[in-house]
Design a protein around this ligand. Sequence first.
Ligand code: ADP
Ligand code: MG
Ligand code: MG
Length: 888
Amino acid sequence: MDKLIYRFNNQSFKSIKNSKDILGGKGANLAEMVKLGLPVPPGFTISTKVCDYFYKNQKKIPKKLIQLAKKEILVIEKISEKKFGDLKNPLLLSVRSGSRVSMPGMMDTILNLGLNDKTVVALKKRTKNGRFAKDSYRRLIQMFGNVVLGIESHFFEEIIENYKLTKGVLQDTELDESDWDGLIINFKDIIKKQTNKNFPQNVNEQLWGAISAVFLSWNSKRAKIYRKINFIPDNWGTAVNVQAMVFGNMGDNCATGVAFTRNPSTGYKEIFGEYLINAQGEDVVAGTRTPQHLSKKFKHKSNSTGISMEESMPKIFQQLKKIFSQLEKKYRDMQDIEFTVENNKLWMLQTRSGKRTASAAIKIAVDMVDEKLISPKVAILRIDPNILDTLLHPTLDEKAKKEIIATGLPASPGAASGKVTFSAEEAERLKEQMQDSILVRIETSPEDINGMHAANGILTARGGMTSHAAVVARGMGKPCVSGSAEIKIDYENKFFSSGEYQIKEGDLITIDGGAGKVMLGKVPTVKPDISGDFSKIMKWSDKYRKLKVRTNSETPADTKVARDFGAEGIGLCRTEHMFFDDKRIISVREMILSKTLEDRKKALKKLLPFQKNDFVEIFKIMNGLPVTVRLLDPPLHEFLPKTEKDINNIAKELNISDNDIKSRIVELHEQNPMLGHRGCRLGISFPEIYQMQCQAIFEALIECKKKKIKPVIPEIMIPLVSTAAEIQILRNLVQKTAEKIQKEHKIKIKYYVGTMIELPRAALRAKDIAKYADFFSFGTNDLTQTTFGISRDDAGKFLNDYVDNKIFHKDPFVSIDERGVGELIKIATERGRKEKRSLKLGICGEHGGDPSSIEFCEKVKLNYVSCSPYRVPIARLAAAQAYLKKNK
Ligand code: ADP
Ligand code: MG
Ligand code: MG
């Protein structure tokens, strides 16, 4: 077996290629900090390989590990001049989880291991601080009970809360030694009652129980859910860090805190963080006491009355500041730090790259380029394209009327409106029904993670800027207002009140996570601003990408948005969407329901001017850029009248009976319309439809020419082709129509004809098809459906089971299935290009805006990707990343 244990600062791990894989992020960074000469309590890391062994061997710890750990503990004892389990000067240990990538709050940590009825007395004597010793002991019993023995923490919390009520105090810090003595007895009773066992007095039993519990926490429900949401492989496993304890709870010259080297909300270069005097571990994050700001500046900004660390511990504050810049230089990224102060001495307990909002990510990347910490290439690679999504969506309209019902901390920016819901489950349920929700909780805990994911925004009554809700929301890019003390939540009766307002479950509210405001109803929004740093990142991306980025758009409004976002053409203009307009649908229905060619032509004639105008508008906006127009694709029944009233209207229009219409509807019914009379099959059966559409395109071109609009070269796309003969026939039709119009108007028009590749047969016969095509556009939605034989509209019922059973790693309708669908794309690309070197290749499915699919498109050397307007900037960045990764 490989090496099982690595001492912090152990030189031997230099030989490990990816230290985080073996040591986990926390362990690797602790070792790095020791190497930098920073004050880190001594300790060691148990490799992730042991976690693997643990799960493969009936959850047993390898014997060898116990021997190795013993030796390492001896080293810690020597450095700290304390002894584990000693009755004079006991060493206490923390056992901490740590996976490759940080999973905040998902796994467990146990502090103060090594205390028992005897050592606690020794600790008291040694430190001359009985309150501290007892407080630490009760914390151990509580954490051990919760994490190792599985007793829910509210059992313990309630006892403390009730005790404080009877004593008439508010803060834990107001409890003294004798209070904790009593609570220790109560805590032990809980353990006895819940598990039928005594709290273990043997310190080694404590230690190994804790280590096993950390391994087990890798497979806790919440950790599994977190991994699923974040695509973290289940087989990575966690490392375990065993470390000497340092104490922030020994008195008023002690503290514990968390900090970011820059503001994770805005990206500004300023110290951002919170601390608590005389506290330990997670007290800051848990929201039991309100933490204070680190810097004076933030204290003033938030009108806080507490004392900032800059004031209370100025020397430590300066030392921290120095360490922050040291760490930023080393990691070249914003760091998220945990520290403890024991008797005016600073100890570093953790550093990692901090989670940040989308706008902070951009500002930090651009600033770090300016500071020469990183290059533009690194800046591009550092920003997760998916998070840009939050910046590209509308923000609250400043001019709109707002009725503010509460304020809180601006924990995660962005605006969201939705129905108030008080439970994670309810938020998930609403999401399934495609309804927007705001999850309102007193505070969130890791169990709420799924609901937070499902909700559009999060509002909490308690908790600071580094509370669970705030950190997780920022990571997810979800708007969040935290610590809104004005709101009083009544879970049982499902409402919250704030001043005179009473908001019930299901009521609409809006939150602004950038301003920390809660508003009544749905507040209107405006288009986002993507200038400044954002446009810098875009400019750099454009420099480093090969793939062009087009958009899928058919309305002038969408097209305009896409152009503003930098779209370099339209990759998919779906003509049928133009048919649904109220004024046109009647003519469309007329066309479909007509029995004779003549009637159909009459109806088409009415549609022609509408289509033509649409194209003129779009061509005008695109100003010479390429536009791919797809001819009619969906099965005709989609346009049929459904209500009696509609049927009656059409009957009148066509001068036939309602029953005639109804029987025509029955005639048009298909068992499996997705594979039915649609796509180019319509063009083959009813050439007059495609002919009208082509006529509209060409006449629009002519009109543009007259109006002196920069000419567009349209790319006419024939959908659902599977054979060369189909496109041969339809290309001919396009050509004939063009010739006729050219003759009529005595103007030469330029155009291309191509096809969508969305059927496996088309991909395989790409060589024949390319004879008649100037371009291919991969319609990956249908290509995925037809390759898997899975209907996208029905997949919802079993897709989750497929993901859970690891049959699909990711939903193939979101990210291209490279091995199957991707293989077909590769084949079609190669065979198509072999026939025609100039063949232009693109992709226009949903996948065109998915960063990992874009990476694939770069790999197979497509010419462009096309995506929805709001994803254009995401695709620009992802395309640059794809290119940089390929050419590393
Ligand atoms: P998480 O991954 O959830 O942040 P950690 O392992 O970092 O868990 O532990 C949580 C907190 O426990 C730390 O932020 C720190 O305050 C406290 N802690 C962990 N180890 C020690 C230690 N050796 N001495 C003092 N406090 C510690
Ligand atoms: Mg931590
Ligand atoms: Mg299709």
